[in-house]
Write a protein that binds this ligand. Sequence first.
Ligand code: FO1
Length: 312
Amino acid sequence: MIVAMAGGVGGAKLADGLARCIGTELTVIVNTGDDFEHLGLHISPDLDTVMYTLAGIANPATGWGIAGETWNTLEHVARLGGPDWFKLGDRDLATHILRTQRLRGGERLTDITAGLCSALGLPARVLPMSDDPVRTIVQSGADRYPFQDYFVRLKCAVPVTALHFEGVASARPSREVEAALTDPSLTAIVLCPSNPYLSIDPILAVPGMRLLIGKAGVPVVAVSPIIGGAAVKGPAAKIMAELGVTPSVTGIAEHYRGLIDGLMIDAVDADLAGGIEAMGIRVRTAPILMRTNEDRRKLAEECITFAMALAS
Ligand code: FO1
C-alpha cells in the first residue's frame, strides 16, 4: 500500500502513474484548501482534478476539467449577467451539483468522493484530507484573497506575503485518512510534485497529519515540482521568490526538511544533490517531467524503487 499526497494537476499526474503501477493498492490524500462555494455549488477543484485524471477523462490541455467539455450553461450564466471567470463546463457541473446536493443532505465529503470515484470506475482510493472545511487564504500585504480569487480571477498576479489555512485548527484527518496512514501494509508515502505551499502544506497543516506521517515509520519521498529553477506548472517558483526562498530543488528540500527521507529531482539539478544530501535527505535523479502517460508510469516506478531502497 502506498499513500500519495496531492493537489491539482502535477500531483494528479503522478497519482495516475502510481495508479497505473499499483491500482487498488494506492490511496491518494487530496488538498481541499482550494474548495469554495461558487454559483451556490460546492467546488472541490483538486479532488475533481485527481478524480478526472485517474478516470482518464481530464482535459489534456488544461489538466483540470473534463476532456471534450461544452460550455453552454456557463455561456448562458454570463448572458444573464452572472460570473463566468471560473470555468465550469456542462459535464463538470454534474459533479458539483451532485456533490453539493449530497453535502446539503448531511453526507461526508469522503463518502461523496468515494461514490463519485466508484461511478467513474477508479481503481485507487481518493480521500479528501479532511471532512472539516479548510479554506486557503492568500495574503498580499494588507489584502487577503480567497484562494480561487487569487489563482483564477487574479491569475496569481499579486505577490504572496503569507498563506493562511482558515479553519485548519479545528479540522481533523478523517478516519479513512487515519486508517490509510496507520495501515500495517503501508510501505511508502509519496508527496506528489504539487505546489508545496498551496497544495501540500494545507494537507500537512491538518492537526495530527504530520504525526501520522512520522508514526507510519515508512519512507517519505517527495518529487520536486521545480526543475532547473522553474515550476513545471503554476506559481510555485514565483511564490518561493516572493516568500524570500530561492526557487530551486534546494528550496524544496529545505521546505520539506524533517519530514521527507528522499527527494526526486531532475538530472538538470544534479549539481544540487550534494547540498540536499548534506541536509540528511537522500536524492534520486530521474526524468520528472511528465508529458505522456508512460512518463507518469515510469516516474511512479522510480518513486517506488527509491522508497524501497530507502526502506532497506
Ligand atoms: N483553473 C483555472 O486556472 N481556471 C479555471 O477557470 C478553472 C476552473 C475549474 C473548474 C473546476 C475545477 O475542478 C477546477 C478548475 N480550475 C480552474 C482549477 C483550479 O483552480 C485548481 O484549484 C488549481 O488548478 C490549483 O490546483
